[in-house]
Design a protein around this ligand. Structure first.
Ligand SMILES: Cc1ncc(COP(=O)(O)O)c(C=O)c1O
Length: 375
């Protein structure tokens, strides 16, 4: 027995619809034998997603990383791109896969998103774009980033992998910047097992993206781009259609858990969490807390390990920083600048379990552990 709940609680658990609801979709795929290549569910999912999110054009992908690699490619970006070290490694790897140098810049301390003034200070003649991340689903400083991009002639690609369903100033967060990407990975709050999407502004760009994700084919006999195979298959698309129907239930459950964490942890000295975003709805995708060792009494890593002894498996998203991974340190992309705010966040963060089927009693149990460990 690991804890008084007799089970392990992981940071996330994928939401899945009732299997009986999914079987008719599978039967349709088996009957039609259309498994991939822009099949009927793929087309339906794209249409439904565009309407659901309120975006002009969307192209779905096998996963978020391939969506990001393709988004960078379709914009024709080269040279250097300013990005955040405080993200999942796919953000920077996608640049490297396009032969682009990621230039890591520090984040601001309120939401841990790229600090616009530090972006500005890092622009050089080689900079062609900015790749910010709406980390944990909270909006970056969109207006200031747009100003900096405009003045310096830069493109903006938003990694919105965490921001499914988030609206900023009453429109989808994916409508800002030149292009945005989403991830529908199993750990994300909206999942198609694996999956992702690019959101763009016009149908001509969508056409180019659709060619790129299908080897560059424009028709049966011609290839017009050095494309890749990053198509979403029919099973993923069918699951996505079904997941959209249950989205509101998922958000509501996550909202309840978030509220309980906020209430239960707010009095614990040395534990802080992010404020609510301004002018944006939350999708409650993550619940990161930050540990101040001097006040709380034990370090983040001690807390992380003590939680494991109680069956609670948080995750240190995002530790280490991307620039601290071996491959980045030993490469032409190694980062020479100090990134103190990202470093502090990275060394103090733990993301706590949050998923629709997490029982509120389990949340109480987690909060009690935080109280016990501080004594
Ligand atoms: C910020 C960020 N960008 C990109 C990705 C890549 O998405 P995927 O796992 O769907 O390839 C992820 C997560 O997995 C992510 O968290």
């Amino acid at each position: 027995m690991k804890n008084n709940l007799e089970k392990s609680i992981y940071v996330s658990q994928p939401y899945l619809p009732d299997i009986d609801e999914f079987i008719p979709y599978l039967r349709q795929i088996w009957d039609s034998k259309e498994l991939t290549n822009n099949g009927p569910f793929h087309r339906e999912f794209e249409n439904k997603l565009a309407e659901f999110l309120g975006v002009p054009c969307i192209s779905v992908f096998a996963n978020g990383t391939l969506a990001l690699i393709t988004a960078i490619k379709v914009l024709g970006i080269s040279g250097e791109v300013i990005t955040t070290p405080y993200s999942f490694v796919a953000t920077a790897n996608s640049l490297v896969w396009n032969n682009i140098k990621p230039v890591f810049v520090d984040v601001e301390s309120e939401f841990c998103t790229l600090d616009p003034e530090k972006i500005l200070a890092s622009v050089t003649s080689k900079t062609s774009a900015i790749l910010p991340v709406h980390v944990y689903g909270n909006p970056c400083n969109i207006e200031r980033i747009a100003e900096i991009a405009e003045v310096n002639g830069l493109k903006v690609i938003y990694d919105a992998a965490h921001a499914f369903g988030v609206n900023y100033k009453e429109k989808s967060i994916c409508n800002y910047g030149d292009i945005s990407i989403l991830s529908f990975h199993a750990t994300k709050m909206f999942n198609t097992m694996e999956g992702g999407a690019i959101i763009c502004k016009d149908s001509q760009t969508k056409r180019q993206i659709d060619h790129l994700k299908n080897f560059g084919f424009v028709n049966e006999t011609d290839v017009v781009a050095f494309g890749i195979n990053s198509k979403m298959n029919e099973i993923q698309a069918a699951l996505g259609i079904l997941q959209l129907k249950n989205y509101d239930i998922v958000v509501e459950k996550r909202r309840g858990i978030t509220q309980k964490y906020r209430e239960g942890l707010k009095e614990i000295e040395g534990i802080t969490f992010l404020p609510e975003a301004k002018e944006a709805n939350s999708n409650y995708s993550y619940f990161p807390v930050f540990v101040d060792e001097k006040i709380y009494g034990i370090s983040r890593d001690q807390l992380y390990n003590k939680l494991i002894t109680k069956g609670i498996y948080g995750r240190r998203y995002f530790y280490p920083l991307i620039n601290e991974y071996t491959v980045y340190k030993n490469s032409p992309y190694s980062c020479k600048s100090e990134l103190p705010i990202a470093k502090r966040a990275s060394e103090s963060v733990i993301c706590l379990p949050i998923f629709p089927e997490l029982d509120l009693k389990d949340v109480d149990y987690i909060i009690n552990c935080f109280n016990d460990f501080s004594k």
